[in-house]
Design a protein around this ligand. Structure first.
Ligand SMILES: Cc1ncc(COP(=O)(O)O)c(C=O)c1O
Length: 382
């Protein structure tokens, strides 16, 4: 059966060019970058090359890139470090962060850390005046995601970073869903910490980055060896680091052109669904949005039922964050935006990627229309 993958915010396939670049690092250049012999030093050179590609892409210095195991680890490392280095016990964040921040904050709250979650409006955006009011002398760090994984809504990170800098407070952003979709220039935005993960931009799972600005206080989450300039212990995942470097090199060449194409496909999908299926509504701001994401409420339809039906036709989409699938609870992101639990449970996220074609999108929409009609027919009339 053909597969139409519209769940690229959950994960992306490894790009064949990335995979090709990685393969020799499993069995030919398998040295440990900390080993002084030639095999080790060779591996070290390739880690350096990847670090350089990533730093150039983000407009920062090589030494500011710390390789981690994933986005979740990067988020945990940034927040926990800020609590330790500042000795303060207050975090300002939003109510629509990924569980990699939300769950950490819930745990910290139980341990006596005060968590101040900014509300979002019906479009998923925060009020910067509220942020100004929430920052005080007890604030250890402000953490606001760059783009939301469920709605694609982009937060005004440039302005938030500026506010934090003026107020002398550390600022972290989870840029896991932003990279490759919008420009990130760390020479222009005073961010202290930024989290990335490879598997959202065609690199493998299990490799992440934490950008740590030179001069910003940082204490490692994982201690042991002296890797990553003593900021993250553990032998480097060389094949995946090399893969991430290649994935970034591909983004550097194709990002603008690729996003134009993906945006056109996303708009085609969205426009057709909203105009051809009655009682549908877009969730989140239409304008301040990454180009690949569309979150749509199909009023009265149980999203799980729709997703199962689509899955049987080979169409993969999602009810929200992959990390909360199966929780049977309505999306926290959508309910924070004011959607009723019923509408939140009727919402589906379509997230497009590099491999989607127009023909796939037209086919997927035709099938979505048929599925919705079928499900609505079986629903009791109210
Ligand atoms: C916004 C956001 N932050 C963090 C993560 C976690 O990344 P990882 O799966 O690499 O731990 C994800 C992954 O879904 C995400 O979408």
């Amino acid at each position: 059966m053909r597969l139409i993958y519209l769940d690229n915010n959950a994960t992306t396939p490894v790009d064949p060019e990335v995979l090709k670049e990685m393969v020799p690092f499993f069995s030919v250049y398998y040295g440990n970058p900390s080993s002084p012999h030639r095999l080790g030093q060779e591996a070290k050179q390739y880690v350096k090359k990847a670090r350089n590609a990533i730093a150039r892409f983000l407009c920062c210095q090589e030494e500011e890139i710390v390789f981690t195991s994933c986005g979740t680890e990067s988020n945990n490392a940034a927040i926990l470090s800020a609590l330790r280095t500042t000795g303060k016990k207050r975090i300002v964040t939003t109510s629509t962060e990924h569980s990699a921040i939300q769950e950490l904050c819930l745990d910290l709250e139980k341990r006596g850390v005060e968590i101040d979650r900014m509300a979002v409006n019906s479009l998923g955006l925060i009020d910067l005046e509220e942020l100004e009011k929430k920052i005080n002398e007890h604030t250890a760090i402000v953490s606001v995601m760059w783009a939301n994984n469920e709605t694609g809504v982009i937060f005004p990170v440039e302005q938030i970073a500026k506010i934090c800098k003026e107020r002398g407070v550390l600022f972290h952003t989870d840029a896991v869903q932003a990279i490759g979709k919008i420009p990130i220039d760390l020479s222009q935005v005073p961010i202290d910490f930024l989290s990335l993960t490879g598997h959202k931009f065609y690199a493998p799972k299990g490799i992440g980055v934490l950008f740590v600005r030179k001069g910003s206080p940082f204490e490692p989450l994982i201690r042991g060896g002296s890797q990553e300039m003593r900021r993250r212990a553990g032998t480097e995942n060389v094949p995946s680091i090399v893969g991430m470097g290649k994935a970034i090199a591909i983004l550097s060449q194709r990002m603008d052109e690729e996003n134009k194409r993906i945006r056109a496909l996303r708009d085609l999908l969205e426009t057709r669904i909203l105009s051809e299926i009655p009682f549908t509504k877009l969730n989140g701001d239409r304008e301040y949005r990454i180009p690949n994401t569309s979150n749509i409420c199909f009023k009265g339809i149980d999203a799980e039922t729709l997703l199962l039906d689509l899955d049987q036709k080979g169409i993969c989409a999602s009810g929200g964050s992959a990390c909360t699938t199966g929780s049977l609870k309505p999306s926290k992101v959508l309910t924070a935006m004011g959607l009723s639990p019923l509408d939140a449970k009727s919402s589906v996220r379509f997230s497009l990627g590099r491999h989607n074609t127009e023909e796939e999108i037209q086919f997927a929409v035709d099938e979505i229309i048929k599925s919705v009609k079928k499900i609505r027919k079986t629903m009791p009339k109210s």
